[in-house]
Design a protein around this ligand. Structure first.
Ligand code: NAI
Ligand code: MG
Length: 376
């Protein structure tokens, strides 16, 4: 008996977005062949090109279309012809909000053979996952300014923290930790942001009591910026608020080798709308069309998508194949990469036919862990 196809929406976007997305889809074709599942794909035009032609950002109609899918693969959007912020707020943040994508999952994992700027860091010591609350905090867009442009100007920018959203993120972090090394670290600034901090600590305690097998720890966000590059082995699952997560995960991306590698998933946790998976880089207009974009971030985001869809074995194989090819590249981006976007993709596809997902040589299988949490 064969399973019904997974319904995937694909938003290639702008610049290198379509280039790396084409890479991810070629790897998906190969994964379907090898692992015997199928997908139905709908390409959705969103981004600068679409906006400049139609004036449209995220319309109700597009939202309705996307909702008919189980997952969204997103490339990147952004274009120098569009004022900064329009597409970010009007498409990316709007998508996360409309699709109730409660958390942003950002693995910070150094793959064997991948160059890191941190001297002496080894892959065994760098395998953590950041679970970032994805809907509120400083990103609720609440505030006002009076007397703008005068010395009397006052700007109020509020940060909102609800028990509901915090608990949702923290509970996911505990469930993921159960599949991993059994440790959740809260990253916050409770000594200064005492009100929001108290709420996060209370939620950690309440949720933690349901998971007695998981250890908990706490680190201030400033201290996190010291520990993460120097001793990432301190962390298994890190849960944090929206703003801290945004900052800390960029640091994490640097530690794990940079924009060519880092992947993310925006997860809807209540089944009301699709989750969305995207490399963390942007549309890179400076290199678009030249074949210099590394597709690995998009391919590893595909792996996260597959694991969230419950295809854990295929996901682990895609991750292993991408990691194995990354280890061979002389550089992770640009002309020094020694291979074009298409050539890197072809190598990942070829490697996918060879890797043994069970013994892929990676210290742990994040993809299987995410799949296990998705299965409940
Ligand atoms: P960017 O991530 O697009 O590029 C930063 C630098 O990294 C550039 O030099 C680029 O060539 C390089 N780079 C990025 N991804 C790469 C890859 N896969 N392989 C090789 N090199 C890569 O960030 P930037 O330049 O600040 O933003 C460009 C546009 O992208 C802007 O319009 C920005 O708003 C948008 N953006 C969109 C995001 C999204 O769609 N989620 C996220 C970040 C930026
Ligand atoms: Mg960021």
């Amino acid at each position: 008996m064969s399973n019904p196809p997974h319904r995937l929406a694909v938003i290639p976007g702008d610049g290198i977005g379509p280039e790396v997305t084409a890479g991810a889809l070629a790897v998906l074709d190969a994964a379907e062949q090898r692992f015997g599942f199928t997908t139905e794909r709908t390409t959705v035009p969103l981004g600068a090109e679409h906006y400049l032609q139609t004036g449209e950002l995220l319309t109700d109609e597009v939202v309705a279309t996307l909702r008919e899918h189980e997952a969204i693969l997103f490339g990147a959007i952004g274009d120098p012809r569009v004022v900064p912020g329009v597409l970010e707020r009007g498409v990316i943040l709007a998508l996360r909000r409309e699709m109730r994508q409660a958390i942003n999952l950002r693995p910070v994992r150094l793959y064997p053979g991948v160059p890191t700027p941190i001297a002496g860091l080894t892959p065994e010591r760098c395998d953590l996952v950041v679970v970032r609350e994805n809907t509120e905090g400083a990103y609720v867009g609440s505030g006002s300014t009076v007397h703008r442009g005068t010395p009397a100007a006052v700007a109020a920018q509020e940060s909102l923290t609800t028990w509901y959203a915090t608990e949702r993120a923290v509970d996911y972090a505990f469930r993921l930790a159960q599949q991993r090394r059994g440790s959740v670290t809260l990253c916050h600034k409770t000594n200064v942001l005492v009100e929001a901090g108290r709420l996060w600590l209370d939620v950690m305690e309440a949720v933690g009591s349901r998971y007695p097998d998981v250890e908990t720890d706490y680190v201030h966000v400033d201290a996190m910026c010291m520990h993460l590059p120097v001793s990432p082995e301190r962390f298994d699952v890190v849960v944090t608020d929206n703003l801290f997560g945004d900052i800390v995960t960029d640091l994490g991306a640097v530690v794990q080798g940079g924009l060519g590698v880092a992947a993310s998933g925006n997860l809807n946790l209540d089944g009301t709308a699709p989750s969305m998976f995207e490399p963390i880089h942007g549309s890179a207009p400076d290199i678009a069309g030249r074949g210099w974009a590394n597709p690995a971030g998009a391919v590893l985001s595909l792996a996260l998508a597959l694991s969230a869809l419950g295809e854990g074995v295929a996901a682990a194989a895609v991750e292993a194949a991408a990691a194995s090819v990354l280890a061979e590249l002389p550089a992770l981006s640009g002309p020094a990469m020694g291979a074009t976007t298409t050539e890197v993709t072809e190598r990942v596809v070829a490697r996918l036919g060879q890797v043994d997902p069970a013994g892929a040589g990676l210290p742990s299988s994040l993809m299987e862990q995410v799949a296990a949490v998705a299965r409940g």
